[in-house]
Ligand binder design. Structure first.
Ligand SMILES: [Zn+2]
Ligand SMILES: [Zn+2]
Length: 264
């Protein structure tokens, strides 16, 4: 008789924190289409994180402040108002203080042509300066061969400042960065730096597609349960701990209802 090991259920991540809309200028779905697709995939929460205004062909400052018109729930899925800001040469990002005040989730990453590779030492200094500012909750795709960094230095800064480092699940860009992402995941888990996972969907059909990231964690020997976006409550508590007060309503909601989606 053939016997098999007990089946371990696949890890379930119910929040996708990295999603673009048509507002980014090179993405193809609206926030409504994104939420409906997320609902059909059983997600409880998504974040609307279009590129910051420095990236050509996309958003402007008013767009980010204007996200307050987006309902808290669409198709039963909670929608966070966010940004994927661009790290600038010199100082800071293209997310101003007034934009920041209007948002729930601030992410930032290196994107050409706003920031071009300056070499490992300079890239590392820029990233650590953004992390240390305390104004960015998540560094998107830090494992990127186009922008070499000292992984250990960045991870230690992220650990000290409680800034999450993203395992990015895009199948279309940074395709040679997987070995670096495995190293990042393993070292971040060892050091106790927060890790987060995002689809980086530029069309609704990629929302919640975490296969690539889960494979990276598996290779690194990291349990997906440690991700700060494993559940809505985990993410909202992480944001509260970083001083993001705009999500207090959602935190109260998910504390009272548990992790489940809300019907319309
Ligand atoms: Zn990006
Ligand atoms: Zn993105």
């Amino acid at each position: 008789m053939i016997t098999s090991d007990p089946v371990t259920p696949a890890p379930r991540i119910t929040v996708d924190t990295h999603i673009h809309t048509v507002a980014s200028g090179h993405a193809f779905s609206t926030v409504t289409e994104n939420a409906r697709e997320a609902a059909s995939r059983g997600l409880a929460m998504i974040a609307n994180t279009d590129h910051g205004p420095d990236l050509p062909g996309g958003t402007n400052k008013i767009y980010f402040k204007g996200q307050r018109v987006i309902p808290r729930f669409i198709a039963g899925v909670a929608v966070l108002r966010g940004i994927e800001a661009n790290i600038r040469h010199g100082r800071g990002t293209d997310c101003t203080e007034s934009m920041e005040a209007a948002l729930d989730l601030i992410m930032a990453g290196f994107h050409a042509p706003v920031y071009n590779n300056e070499g490992e030492a300079a890239n590392t200094r820029r990233l650590i300066s953004v992390i240390s500012s305390g104004r960015v909750d998540v560094i998107t795709h830090p494992a990127n061969t186009q922008y070499p960094i000292s992984l250990r230095d960045v991870i230690q800064a992220a650990r000290d400042c409680r800034t999450a480092l993203e395992i990015n699940c895009s199948r279309y860009t940074r395709t040679d960065s997987r070995p670096l992402a495995v190293q990042l995941a393993a070292l971040a888990a060892e050091e106790g730096a927060p890790l987060i996972m995002g689809s980086d969907a530029h069309i609704c059909y990629d929302i919640g597609c975490f296969d690539l990231g889960l494979g990276i964690l598996e290779e690194a020997g990291v349990d997906p349960a440690i991700l700060v976006n494993a559940t809505p409550l985990r993410l909202l508590e992480f944001l509260q701990s970083r001083g993001r007060k705009n999500t207090a309503d959602l935190l109260a909601h998910f504390q009272s209802t548990g992790e489940h989606r809300t019907a319309d």
